[in-house]
Design a protein around this ligand. Structure first.
Ligand SMILES: Cc1cc2nc3c(=O)[nH]c(=O)nc-3n(C[C@H](O)[C@H](O)[C@H](O)COP(=O)(O)OP(=O)(O)OC[C@H]3O[C@@H](n4cnc5c(N)ncnc54)[C@H](O)[C@@H]3O)c2cc1C
Length: 290
């Protein structure tokens, strides 16, 4: 049966617009409904980093990290006007404790039980060596060891930190990334509808019938495929809009950004590892701040 769209996407966050751009670019006819504005939810409130997932090395996810590292440079090349390299300072102290239930921790506990959640410096450096090399890095500078007793990045830190490792990742204007993806999808023929809520979607004779509530009132469209890219609303969409009796639930997590007075003058970020519930603290200055 002929449909208005090959693929209809619920949600105009980075996942929704990214899928829209990709699918439209592959020749599908795509429609997307966003109940608010593009990137209005999670995708404009992120920490704005795009990275290769350094912490996933702890879980031996080498394939995942490699893909993310390759993609990091692809993105930097594709959008140099909204993304920038960023250096991260990882202070090292032999008593620092890391997450205890990762495969790396379990292996270390087995072979070096006396370490008790601590990491030898050579292992941290080896992880960063992998991070530098796995993705065939071309644009970003590699890791360097920093003497915190002489380097300016040591000044704001406690005296017990004498050594750090400085590595590369990137940051991005997240909401503009969303809008640019949507813009490109639309330029290729996708229909991107903002201020348009999906009220209901039903499968009728092998086709999705989707009821929308937009600025011009309600309307129904049809699509062969449906994507739920509703972010935090993903479960509400499954149960409340598509009426699927899914047995699995979604656990929402919340991150916190704390804005402080200026703590240091350089534009690098500090990344502190701590054991407590995998707490990672990141301090960085936005270059755009006065
Ligand atoms: C504090 C924090 C920091 C983060 N930092 C980073 C980071 O530094 N780097 C990184 O890569 N990732 C980061 N993430 C993760 C990243 O932000 C998310 O993975 C991503 O933004 C999720 O995008 P999304 O499109 O799935 O969801 P969202 O951006 O939330 O989009 C979902 C959209 O669906 C719409 N919607 C819902 N229901 C309907 C409906 N019925 N009809 C129409 N539209 C609907 C909503 O209005 C919303 O706009 C962070 C996340 C958090 C919470």
């Amino acid at each position: 049966m002929a449909t208005d769209f090959d693929l209809f996407i619920i949600g105009g966050g980075i996942n929704g617009v990214g899928i829209a751009r990709d699918a439209q670019g592959r020749g599908l006819q795509v429609g997307l409904a966003e109940m608010s504005d593009l990137g209005a939810a999670t995708s404009s409130a992120s920490t704005k980093l795009f990275h290769g997932g350094l912490r996933y090395l702890e879980f031996f996810e080498f394939g995942l990290v490699r893909k993310a590292l390759v993609e990091r440079e692809v993105l930097l090349r594709a959008m140099p006007h909204i993304s920038w390299p960023m250096r991260f300072v990882l202070p090292y102290h032999k008593d620092m404790r890391f997450e205890g239930d990762t495969p790396t921790s379990k292996l270390l506990t087995f072979f070096m039980p006396w370490m008790k959640g601590r990491r030898p410096a050579w292992l941290v450096r080896f992880g960063l060596f992998l991070y530098d090399t796995l993705g065939g890095r071309q644009i970003l500078p590699g890791t360097r060891t920093v003497d915190l007793t002489t380097d300016p990045v040591g000044r704001p830190l406690k005296g017990k930190f004498t050594r750090a490792y400085e590595y590369s990742d990137c940051w991005v204007e997240d909401s503009r990334l969303v809008v640019l993806n949507a813009r490109d999808a639309a330029d290729r023929g996708a229909q991107i509808m903002t201020r348009t809520k999906v009220i209901e979607a039903r499968r009728v004779e092998g086709v999705w019938e989707i009821t929308l509530e937009g600025p011009d009132g309600p309307k129904t469209v049809t699509a062969a495929g449906l994507v739920n890219a509703g972010g935090p609303w993903v479960e509400d969409i499954i149960r409340g809009k598509i009426h699927v009796n899914a047995t699995e639930g979604v656990r929402l997590v919340r991150g916190s950004h704390i804005v402080t007075k200026r703590l240091f003058d350089h534009d690098k970020a500090y990344f502190f590892k701590a054991k407590m519930a995998a707490l990672s603290l990141l301090f960085h200055m936005r270059r755009t701040l006065p």
